[in-house]
Design a protein around this ligand. Structure first.
Ligand SMILES: [Ca+2]
Ligand SMILES: [Ca+2]
Length: 275
């Protein structure tokens, strides 16, 4: 009994450090569109599509019927050679007036955060005509919600990352060039060029600091005690807690409210991770 109380108290202290938070604006963001003005350093990014498609099926560079915005986040501060578990992830974009779509259109044609086939672009070196420009893929990591919709003023669109594929994408970014690329696209149709029924949101270059913010809560996969290494200490913690139920248990690695064989397997599969 005494031991379990000590272990529980220890768990409370240590669990806070096992989870880590990355929160930042992009290091680079560009407006990927044929007629974009000041595409690298624009203060406002723009996104639209055709109602049927958010990304041109021919994969042509966006012009007229399509407009994409691309961003990349610098993850080079994260330790490489480690497998990270994503606990939650969200991108918040702040839309710029004028808001040219209705609430219903916002529901029907949300902004989408997708993968990019490369993340080695920069604002400073951006060239629309470069054949190697990044292009949005088919993975939709998350879509924007309209809970803050306001037709007359700037509002925040949370894009909650729900696709399980994001975890592998995040790990791949950390362990390759250290930059996570995201393509923002949407089926929102301007209804003729020059229309305002498009997504306009602030870029990192906005003087008011209202650029996109990526927030990722993560941990070294299988690491219960937060020392950055998944080893027998973490295994023992799960075994001691085996059968416990509740919310926020540090040994509940799968987050389903119970410490069971799934959590044990999580440690075993990641044994040696980060060590
Ligand atoms: Ca550990
Ligand atoms: Ca569990």
């Amino acid at each position: 009994m005494k031991n379990s109380i000590v272990a529980f108290a220890l768990g409370l202290v240590i669990s806070a450090s096992a989870q880590q938070v990355y929160q930042a604006q992009p290091s680079d963001d560009v407006w990927f569109y044929d007629n974009a003005f000041n595409p690298g350093f624009t203060g406002i990014l723009r996104v639209w599509g055709t109602e049927q498609s958010a990304v041109d099926p021919t994969r042509a560079f966006p012009a007229l019927n399509y407009s994409y915005s691309l961003a990349r986040w610098n993850l080079t501060g994260l330790r490489q050679g480690v497998n990270y578990q994503i606990l939650s992830a969200e991108i918040r974009v702040t839309t710029a007036p004028t808001i040219g779509y209705t609430l219903q259109e916002g529901f029907d044609f949300p902004i989408e955060a997708r993968d990019l086939n490369r993340s080695d672009f920069t604002e400073a070196g951006w060239d629309f005509n470069n054949a190697n420009n990044p292009y949005p893929g088919d993975l939709i990591f998350g879509t924007g919600t309209m809970e803050n919709y306001n037709a007359s003023s700037a509002f925040v669109i949370p894009v909650r990352i729900t696709a399980p594929e994001f975890e592998a994408y995040f790990n791949s970014a950390v362990n390759s060039n250290g930059f996570l690329g995201i393509g923002f696209v949407s089926r929102m149709d301007p209804g003729g060029q020059g229309g305002t029924r498009i997504y306009r949101f602030y870029s990192r270059n906005d003087a008011g600091g209202r650029g996109p913010v990526l927030r990722v809560v993560y941990r070294v996969a299988g690491d219960v005690n937060g020392d950055g290494c998944t080893d027998d200490a973490d295994l023992l913690r799960v075994l001691f807690d085996f059968g416990n139920t509740g919310s926020g248990l540090p040994t509940d690695l799968t987050g389903d409210g119970v410490v069971d064989d799934a959590d044990l397997l999580n440690v075993l599969f990641n044994f040696g991770n980060g060590c």
